[in-house]
Write a protein that binds this ligand. Structure first.
Ligand code: SF4
Ligand code: SF4
Length: 171
């Protein structure tokens, strides 16, 4: 039985929740042909990820399995699947919608949470080491400019990302 979600006093099945999110609109067009899976470079190297299966589980309402698992975080957003889907399912964007739901509900791999904290703090997901700075100068590259972290924080605040990340850090 499909898991449902209460929203403004209306209970929506999970597939409809996904379809109501930015990026998730086309999910119901899938007819499970498998073109996405056979086009996916990640599915070729690991059985832990199959975009057709992610879509199928979402359509069947298996919310917990989809958002608490690691599959949705393995997509590398190459868009091969999206270019080829005969039904016009925007698969990579559906996966972004699923990630957003997962993040809001407290499911995010620790590495992404660390990246998010660093982004809010320094404006970069990875700290630039002294080694890299030195290497740049030996290659004739200019020093990296400071990031516009204040502007970035404004964007992250306008989207509510900063609050979600702070909630995640306090878990
Ligand atoms: S290619 Fe499109 S229609 Fe076919 S399984 Fe993937 S998402 Fe569904
Ligand atoms: S966008 Fe994601 S799901 Fe689609 S082919 Fe690329 S890695 Fe696979």
């Amino acid at each position: 039985m499909e898991q449902a979600e209460e929203r403004e006093n209306v209970t929506l099945p999970f597939s409809k929740v996904v379809a109501s999110r930015l990026g998730g609109e086309t999910i119901a067009l899938c007819y499970q042909c498998g073109t996405c899976a056979s086009s996916c470079p990640v599915a070729k190297i690991t059985p832990r990820f199959n975009p057709r299966k992610v879509i199928k589980l979402s359509l069947l309402g298996e919310k917990d399995e989809v958002i608490s698992g690691d599959a949705i975080w393995l997509c590398c957003s190459c868009y091969n699947c999206q270019e080829r889907c005969p039904q016009g399912v925007e698969i990579a964007d559906v996966i972004y919608a699923l990630r957003n739901i997962a993040f809001e509900e407290g499911y995010i791999p620790p590495i992404y949470s660390e990246f998010a904290s660093a982004l809010l703090k320094d404006g970069r997901i990875i700290k630039v080491s002294k080694f890299v700075e030195k290497k740049r100068s030996t290659l004739g590259l200019p020093p990296l400019k400071p990031t516009g972290v204040e502007a970035l924080r404004k964007i992250l605040s306008a989207t509510g990302f900063d609050k979600l990340q702070k909630k995640e850090e306090s878990r």
